[in-house]
Ligand binder design. Structure first.
Ligand SMILES: *Cc1c(COP(=O)(O)O)cnc(C)c1O
Length: 385
């Protein structure tokens, strides 16, 4: 199992970072559930000293995801938020950060309620508007934090344009690629400096692990992340590393089917007389459909739609049977949720309304069930509107 330097995406998903276990030939990287490693002599060891610092299962996952994100090295953390916490250590007191508006609710909460206490400031801008984006830079802007497509409105940011603008102002461009996954979008190849994920979502893909990862390309960023991962200690466990490594093997297959089901369900919802607007980048009606075609290799399984009122949303959410009412996304099973009271409850009401995250908005993470079953389930719920 030697991986060519020019191996294609699906091959990398299966093999990157993984060798048969040298002691047994086990084809699957074992779960190295150990806290320490015996040294042969003083100062002589196999590169593993203490499991916060190095773990072979975690290392295999980090190499795997670095390869599929077209980066150099990856660093796995205990959650997506812990990965974002590690990225925040690139900042120093007094720095300013530009953040894409309608960013993940937990990210907003962390920036607004925690990091502002450390003399850091944040501006939330619609990065689709390049003039507004450019106008948000200050002399202290050190980092640009972008999420595309955004949650739950599926707005896009033109990543090459964002990278050009960020670099002209000497800021790092960090992209949260959780919604697209590296299968559909590779920010590092479009100019981003760092890419991060909540592996909880599509990378693990089976709704049975919480984790995060940051992938970097430049030596100085890699050195800092390695230092911080060990210093701060919010590492991903060996078992979770193993689960995510199992997940990435089928990422291309899953994303292809999430995208197919997503497209059909988005068209179906859009054709329903009671639904006002559907947000899905694969639809021609999406304001950035052309950008999506240019920047992404598929449109994924996330969509949201407007029912017009809280009552409307409640009717749909309480009457689906196959779709599960739950937060989170990116798993094999279809999840349906209410952003205003669930994922975005920590965003102030005025801000939520300004963004379009209304009380009537319903979000679906389209899973891998037979599409006709999903359509039937949603149809009987929508017909009650
Ligand atoms: C879920 C999510 C996170 C946070 O990840 P956790 O693993 O829940 O800590 C960050 N960004 C996006 C886009 C997410 O969907």
């Amino acid at each position: 199992m030697k991986l060519n330097a020019n191996a294609r995406f699906a091959t990398k998903c299966l093999h990157a970072g993984q060798q048969p276990d040298p002691s047994t030939g086990a084809i699957i990287t074992p779960i190295f559930q150990t806290s320490t490693y015996v040294q042969e002599a003083l100062g002589r060891h196999k590169g593993f000293e203490y499991a916060r610092t190095q773990n072979p299962t975690r290392q295999a996952l980090e190499q795997n995801i670095a390869a599929i994100e077209s980066g150099a090295e990856g660093f796995a953390f205990a959650s997506g938020m812990a990965a974002i916490g590690a990225v925040a250590t690139f900042l120093r007191a007094g720095d300013h950060v530009i953040v894409s508006d309608n960013v993940y609710g937990g990210t907003f909460r962390f920036f607004d309620k925690v990091l502002r206490r450390y003399d850091l400031s944040f501006s939330y801008v619609n990065m689709a508007d390049l003039n507004a984006f450019e106008g948000a830079f200050t002399s202290g802007t050190r980092l640009v934090f972008a999420e595309t497509p955004t949650n739950p409105l599926m707005r896009l940011i033109d990543l090459p344009a964002a990278a050009e603008l960020s670099h002209r102002r000497c800021a790092l461009l960090v992209v949260d690629n959780t919604f697209a996954s590296p299968c559909l979008q590779q920010p590092l190849t479009l100019g981003a400096d760092l890419v991060l994920h909540s592996t909880t979502k599509y990378l693990n893909g089976h709704s049975d692990s919480v984790g995060g990862i940051v992938v970097a390309t430049r030596a100085e960023d890699i050195e800092w992340l390695r230092f911080v991962q060990n210093a701060q200690g919010a590492i991903l466990s060996p078992f979770d590393s193993w689960l995510v490594l199992r997940g990435t093997k089928t990422l291309p297959l899953r994303m292809a089917q999430h995208s197919r089901n997503g497209m059909v369900l988005a068209e179906f919802v859009a054709s329903h007389p009671k639904v006002r607007t559907v947000h899905y980048p694969g639809l021609h009606s999406h304001p950035q459909h052309e950008l999506a075609r240019r920047q992404m290799r598929g449109f994924g399984g996330m969509l949201s739609f407007e029912t017009g009122s809280l009552d409307g949303a409640r009717t749909v959410l309480n009457h689906v049977r196959l779709m599960a009412l739950a937060e989170s996304l990116g798993g094999v099973e279809t999840l349906i949720s209410h952003p205003a009271t669930m994922t975005h409850a920590s965003v102030p009401v005025a801000e939520r309304n300004a963004l379009g995250i209304t009380d009537g908005l319903v979000r679906i993470s389209v899973g891998l069930e037979d599409i006709d079953d999903l359509k039937e389930d949603l149809a009987q719920a929508l017909d009650r509107l």
